[in-house]
Design a protein around this ligand. Structure first.
Ligand code: PMP
Length: 367
């Protein structure tokens, strides 16, 4: 039976900081000063009020969220945000979608059900290997669109924007940042809405963070169902109904860890770059054996995706790695191959171990 912690390369829910898990463990049965579990306390009590306020404050500080933007905690995953964005961000015109992988494709499908979507740029033709250049983006996007939607990091393909995409003046930019949220500093002021399911970098599944510009909130149409209306969350401090108390508590612990242990998002980005390059260096050093999926300029720092010479070798790679304490390396069922998710909480030791295993595996199996 597995008793030790493995290096978990799963794409989400992903690995969490050990210090956070240990604090949650210490407090699970009886919170100091409260005497009840974070799984049992009222969302209306002072303990939780303090937790949610501090979580918001820390997220604001980490991301330097300007006063023009609200930070709200929703449920329903990033998938529900596909619908909420389409319902809430309304203006003349159809939204322009920049599709760089599977999640952008899903976002388009939801917007199509709710008024329409225009695929302004897609990487589908070459198997989602890159993001568009600034020039391609400028040519593809229309200032008359109601908003532009991007996926900052495509979790399945491992394709990411290295910088905030530039959109025409006046065009609202919406981003699904689920899998690179809190992995780097972001200029939040450039976004009308930035949303992220927590279960990769920010905490456990069950809570989705949405950062919404006040001018979007002011324009929300009046006839939306209560829980699909951003105003409900803004006006009630994300406490209109019972929120996912435990998940928000853990998001608060992760935000504290990022602030106090890591030292903020600049330091996090530095760590993430160093970790990712350990793996990309292995791919680049043996291109006949490891075939990286993403083009170099579009490589994700969070999800490193590659193929081996055969399906059989990929299966063996996943099995041998798991036997060595490195789990969840199988690529998404829709694309196959190998995917190493190296979120914020993956220690550099785990990435070093994987890089060493990759080299050794190649030495054993390359022709
Ligand atoms: N967008 C991205 C980029 C994702 O990685 C995921 C989940 N893997 C989703 C959306 C869907 O998120 P959820 O499962 O929280 O609905």
């Amino acid at each position: 039976m597995q008793r030790e912690r493995v290096f978990n390369f799963g794409a989400g829910p992903g690995t969490l900081p050990l210090a956070v898990l240990q604090q949650a463990q210490r407090e699970l049965v009886a919170l100091p000063g409260v005497g009840a579990s974070p799984l049992e306390v009222s969302h209306r009590g002072t303990w939780f009020r303090d937790v949610i306020d501090r979580a918001e404050e820390d997220l604001r500080a980490l991301l330097d969220v300007p006063p023009s933007h609200h930070v709200v905690f929703c449920q329903g995953g990033a998938t529900m945000q596909f619908s909420m964005v389409a319902l809430n961000v309304v203006a003349e015109g159809t939204p322009d979608f920049v599709v760089t992988g599977s999640w952008g494709t899903k976002a388009v499908a939801e917007a199509e059900r709710l008024g329409g979507a225009h695929v302004a740029w897609t990487g589908e033709g070459d198997g989602f290997r890159r993001v568009p250049s600034s020039k391609e983006l400028a040519e593809a996007l229309s200032a008359d669109a109601s908003y532009a939607h991007v996926t900052t990091n495509e979790t399945i393909q491992g394709v990411a924007f290295a910088h905030t995409p530039v959109v025409p003046d006046g065009l609202r930019l919406v981003a699904d940042a689920s899998s690179d949220f809190l992995s780097r500093p972001v200029d939040v002021s450039r976004y009308a809405v930035l949303y992220a399911g927590a279960q990769k970098n920010a905490g456990p599944a069950g809570v989705t963070i949405a950062i919404v510009a006040d001018d979007v909130v002011k324009d929300v149409p009046d006839d939306l169902p209560t829980m699909l209306d951003y105003r409900t969350y803004v006006e009630h401090g994300s406490l209109y109904n019972t929120p996912p108390v435990f998940a928000i508590y853990v998001v608060g612990l992760v935000a504290r860890w990022l602030r106090d242990d890591v030292g903020g998002l600049d330091a996090m980005l530095e760590r993430n770059r160093a970790k990712a390059s350990l793996l990309y260096d292995v791919l680049d050093g043996a291109p006949a054996f490891f075939r990286g999926h993403a083009e170099p300029g579009s490589r994700s720092l969070m999800n490193v995706t590659f193929r081996l010479p055969s399906d059989e070798l990929e299966e063996r790679f996943v099995d041998e790695a798991a036997a060595g304490g490195m789990t969840e390396l199988k690529g998404h069922r829709s694309v196959g191959g190998i995917r190493a998710s190296i979120y914020n909480a993956m220690p550099v030791e785990g990435v070093r171990a994987l890089a060493a295993f990759m080299r050794e595996f190649r030495d054993r199996y390359a022709d």
